[in-house]
Design a binder for this molecule. Structure first.
Ligand SMILES: NC(=O)c1ccc[n+]([C@@H]2O[C@H](COP(=O)([O-])OP(=O)(O)OC[C@H]3O[C@@H](n4cnc5c(N)ncnc54)[C@H](O)[C@@H]3O)[C@@H](O)[C@H]2O)c1
Ligand SMILES: [Zn+2]
Length: 359
């Protein structure tokens, strides 16, 4: 007897363009097929766009929202949304549309993954971070007391629709945060992409649709390519964590006062310095990264009041680490990750501490 439980890597379209969110009927005809739709967004994005998005769908649509912010990415919000859908008579033929930033994508994706054991989800990201990163890859979930993203499921979307006009209302510091992940995609896989993001940085910060049109497809392609090689994160997918071992620890030590994109920006520079120190990363990469991130209006300095020892200690809590030594994704050069051992390098904490001290 053989049971083949693990599905092959998922395939789904990613549409990128202007105004797409308001004519979903043209893009999703087959996916929706007359199903009832649960359109989930946070209250900021809902107020701005939910009704207009609904008007572009030829199916009965119920609108659901929740208070904006990371705190809503929780079991209670998941429960509340699921209960409301049940109360409104949604069933296994319903489709969830996640309209919003990464919080909405993760939360609504998780609702979809568990509702009646799983209904399709369409991701309509509205923040740059959600476009370049969160909406592609199929990771969904909520936070637990013990840490971020600890309760969740892999639930690939049926389609992803990126409408760059939604970004006109995204505050500029959040555009910068999304650019940190776009820079990361270039740093790990493509020198040309890295240079393009840096060259277009000021237009991208303005949400210029032409600049976004030049950068988004490549960034999404890089993420999608890495994910398709390793959908369930056992190997090469960890290259996407470049900058994130120190970045996640910095977020936690500041109690998320340093937001994700900023923490990753600082983490990438520090991890490049670490790689240079170990002779793994070519000299000059850290300075070049720092310059690129400055062009994207990302911070250059860690808050002065944090304890570097505590920062290093917190990297131990990272799910990638083993005792006494942190595990890091290190670049060989811009555009290329050093293969290390299964893409990771075990680094003694003393080296990390010294790099952070020198800044
Ligand atoms: N699943 C993944 O692979 C993955 C990858 C990266 C990040 N994430 C998750 O994504 C989350 C962060 O995403 P985020 O930065 O988008 O956070 P977010 O969803 O909280 O959005 C940030 C803020 O921007 C607002 N906003 C979003 N789009 C807007 C628009 N078009 N106009 C005006 N305001 C808008 C939101 O209301 C919110 O206040 C984290 O929870 C992180 O864990 C998931
Ligand atoms: Zn990230």
């Amino acid at each position: 007897l053989q049971v083949r439980a693990r599905p092959a890597a998922s395939t789904y379209p990613v549409h990128i363009g202007q105004g797409l969110a308001f004519k979903l009927r043209d893009l999703l005809g087959a996916t929706l097929g007359g199903a009832r739709v649960a359109l989930i967004s946070d209250d900021n994005v809902g107020r701005l766009y939910a009704e207009k998005v609904r008007d572009g769908i030829d199916a009965p649509v119920d609108l659901y929202d929740f208070p904006a912010g990371e705190r809503s990415k929780s079991v209670p919000t998941w429960e509340r949304l699921s209960a409301r859908m049940l109360g409104d008579g949604h069933d296994r033929s319903s489709v969830v549309i996640a309209l919003g930033g990464g919080v909405t994508g993760d939360l609504a994706g998780f609702v979809a993954s568990t509702f009646m054991r799983g209904v399709p989800v369409v991701q309509v990201p509205s923040s740059l971070l959600a476009m370049v990163d969160a909406s592609v890859g199929g990771k969904t979930g909520v936070n637990a007391e013990a840490g971020k993203n600890l309760i969740g499921a892999f639930h690939a979307p049926s389609a992803v629709v990126m409408d760059t006009t939604l970004l006109r209302t995204l505050p500029r510091p959040l555009m910068a945060e999304g650019l940190a992940e776009a820079i990361k995609h270039g740093a790990i896989r493509s020198r040309a992409h890295f240079d393009r993001v840096v060259g277009l940085a000021s237009a991208l910060l303005e949400a210029d649709p032409n600049a976004l049109g030049e950068v988004l497809p490549e960034s999404v392609a890089i993420k999608a390519h890495v994910v398709s090689e390793d959908e369930r994160e056992s190997g090469v997918r960890s290259v996407l964590n470049f900058g994130h071992t120190l970045g996640h620890a910095l977020e936690r030590i500041t109690d998320f006062a340093v937001p994700h994109g900023c923490a990753v920006a600082l983490g990438m520079v520090a991890e490049a310095r670490l790689g240079e120190r170990l002779g793994v990363t070519e000299a000059g990469v850290a300075d070049e990264l720092a310059e690129a991130l400055r062009a994207c209006e990302l911070p250059q300095e860690v808050p002065s009041d944090i304890s570097l020892d505590d920062w290093v200690a917190l990297t131990r809590g990272d799910k990638k680490s083993s005792a006494g030594r942190g595990r890091y994704v290190l670049l060989r050069r811009i555009g290329e990750v050093h293969p290390g051992e299964n893409w990771l390098h075990e680094v003694p904490e003393a080296d990390v501490a010294e790099v952070l001290e020198k800044g």
